[in-house]
Design a binder for this molecule. Sequence first.
Ligand code: SF4
Length: 316
Amino acid sequence: MTLVDAPKAPARHPEKAHRPDQPGAKKPDWIRVKAPGSQAWRDTAAVVKAHRLVTVCEEAGCPNIGECWEKKHATFMILGDTCTRACAFCNVKTGLPGTINSHEPAQVAAAVAELNLAHVVVTSVDRDDLDDGGAAHFAAVIGAVRAASPATTIEVLTPDFLRKPGALEIVIEAAPDVFNHNLETVPSKYLSVRPGARYFHSVRLLQRARELAPQLFTKSGIMVGLGETRDEILQLMDDLRSAEVDFLTIGQYLQPTRKHHPVISFPTPDEFKALEAIAYAKGFLMVSASPLTRSSYHAAEDFAKLKAARTSRRPE
Ligand code: SF4
């Protein structure tokens, strides 16, 4: 028995604490992942730790961490580990974030060089508390990685920069190779899944990125299994094609805790394949659709395919 209770760690999702528990769904057989723990996985973990970096792989509890980290593919999450939004699907900690780590661009650049990454994905928490939403910090990270590893291609997966005029322009000016922003779900689910965001603002952000840098590759992703209908997914594909988005990812939503949005359905791998075929027919250059697809899953291999697809489609 202890006389003094250890201080309690702050709740990871204080805004969800009062919500009733949601039923947990049994995962189907096709959701099978590689367990983390190999030597290569430990080497990646050591680099992340040595440079005191945050990864979305860990913070979001990504099921692919065993496979990705074995290939040294970690996705860095900049601007802290605390998000100012409270999306119902996301496992990233929510609350008031701390100050920006001004050494982070150099730390990310050093880790990318040490991991010898051909392609890196950099994402962030939402920083509604900052005037530029963290855009200048994104630009600083892009610049630092370019300087340290000029051959590495850079993909940014940004927040929506809602009510942050000029923020997108700052990121695009820094010249990433891929601009990724996830719609996450269909418009009818925004209120319950992504209440702090606006669907058409996100579509417009992607369209604007393309307008600002016509050679840039643009990318967006959604989760299925949140209660959306097939017609709504097809409409979303059309909306993304109207914004000239090149690459679409579609993955299965998995419920991080009982306080998060429940899983409504588990589409089969064949249903994912059917969505992939429809998306290609609608004109996307690249589509990745499978239960375990995530924005950054296989990002390096997919970027090579994306470039090849644009080259082969370009008129002589
Ligand atoms: S899919 Fe993305 S977030 Fe998940 S482990 Fe791989 S790199 Fe990390």
